[in-house]
Design a protein around this ligand. Structure first.
Ligand code: SF4
Length: 410
């Protein structure tokens, strides 16, 4: 156990081992590294003089490595003990948490989860596409972009009618969903006054059913956000997708800052922010840390943080990507739970490819929302009946509407 004063000293800066090239080392790898170093020492006795200087450097590296581990453990301990969400994470602190040994990370995330949430409750959300295809953006993972239409064969459709959407919401509610999300494949809402009027009618109709209601319509400005809020909108989804650095490899038609501007308009209008990322785009751990760090240092944490696993769609630029490994998914969920303790962490796209046990592990480590129903935008989704069986088997229960956030006045 570290004395308080030395713990405080360690927290002042992240001590990186020499030769790490400025990269945060993987904390769990150090014991293996120390053993290797020990073997190297035994072999070097015959050339002791020649290697004396090198060994001095090794000793310094070990010292720094141990110091870094102590610092990283202290960062984790403080994060787990925090009484309320914190918004001042450094990237190094985020990385220190992300790189904890996975079982320890999941266990500590589970502890945080139990302090901030009822761990038996998982929110059931249904996502409906109210406008399919024909989008002018070039998100490399998306079937709805007109740029990839030739390859995907997806035909653009007209906007769904208000009555069709409300009927779908009624069915979702009857099957246990308490949140209804509507997605439209639009770049933004400029010049879409009729569409905005229709969407507001849909929002009011869903709210009248007592459900939480979320929309994802692309970029919106302050006035549009205000109008949606007045119609009763609970949450607005606009994902960060990935790190600021990796983002231009995935999308070129709008910037990271434009995304952040929309999130600002949503927040300023008093609407809950739903914003997360997609894993498996070809990003590295560093990008996943960048995504987590951006979300956790917003002026307030997103009320909902969806973690999507890329579902590769043939015909899109990422159509041949290999699925993300489950451990990265779990690590991201657990780290998100620790640095954004009050947020709803949502297992979003790609849940269909996860085993029941993998899903349970995610729920244990802090995930507490899923998409359920017939379809999730253009991809397959776990159905209500399957989820009812899963919940029964693992002792989970659906979260009630507005259990985690106040209903905005409409
Ligand atoms: S903005 Fe949305 S609908 Fe349009 S291409 Fe990107 S992800 Fe697809």
């Amino acid at each position: 156990m570290l004395a308080r004063s030395s713990a405080r000293a360690l927290l002042r800066r992240p001590p990186f081992p020499t030769g790490s090239g400025g990269q945060t080392p993987i904390v769990g790898a150090s014991s293996r590294w120390l053993t290797t170093l020990g073997h190297r020492r035994q072999q070097s006795t015959a050339t002791a003089d020649a290697t004396a200087n090198a060994n001095d450097q090794d000793v310094a590296s070990i010292h720094n490595n141990v110091e870094h581990q102590q610092w990283a453990r202290q960062v984790l301990r403080d994060a787990v003990a925090a009484a309320e969400p914190r918004y001042t994470w450094s990237k190094e602190e985020t990385a220190a948490i992300y790189h904890q040994p996975l079982m320890e990370l999941a266990f500590q995330a589970a502890q945080v989860h139990r302090r901030f949430h009822n761990p038996s409750e998982v929110q059931l959300c249904t996502l409906m596409n109210i406008k399919t295809g024909g989008c002018s953006e070039d998100c490399s993972y998306c079937a709805q972009s007109t740029r990839y239409q030739k390859g995907t064969g997806l035909q653009a459709k007209r906007v769904e009618t208000v009555e069709t959407v409300l009927e779908a919401a009624r069915i979702a509610k009857a099957n246990g969903s308490t949140r209804f999300c509507m997605g439209a494949a639009w770049r933004d809402m400029r010049g879409r006054n009729n569409s905005l009027r229709n969407v507001k009618e849909m929002v009011s109709g869903v709210r009248a059913m007592g459900m939480e209601v979320c929309v994802t319509l692309g970029m919106i400005d302050a006035e549009q956000a205000k109008e949606l809020r007045e119609a009763g909108l609970t949450a607005y989804n606009h994902n960060l997708d990935t790190s600021r650095e990796f983002y231009p490899s995935i999308i070129s038609t709008r910037t990271y800052d434009e995304r952040l501007a929309t999130l600002g308009h949503v927040r300023d209008a008093g609407i809950n922010v739903c914003s997360g990322g997609i894993l498996g785009l070809g990003e590295t751990d560093k990008d996943r840390i960048g995504l987590l760090h951006t979300a956790a240092t917003l002026p307030s944490h997103p009320e909902s943080f969806p973690v999507n696993a890329l579902v590769p769609i043939k015909g899109t630029p990422l159509g041949d990507r290999k699925p993300i490994d489950f451990t990265s998914m779990l690590r991201t969920i657990a780290a998100a739970r620790i640095i954004m303790p009050a947020t709803i962490i949502r297992i979003a796209a790609g849940r269909k490819t996860m085993t029941e046990e993998q899903q349970a592990m995610c729920f244990m480590a802090g995930a507490n929302a899923v998409f359920t129903g017939e379809k999730m935008l253009t991809t397959e989704c776990n159905g209500w009946d399957d989820d009812a069986v899963l919940f029964e088997r693992w002792g989970l229960q659906p979260m009630k509407s507005f259990a985690k956030s106040a209903a905005p006045a409409s």
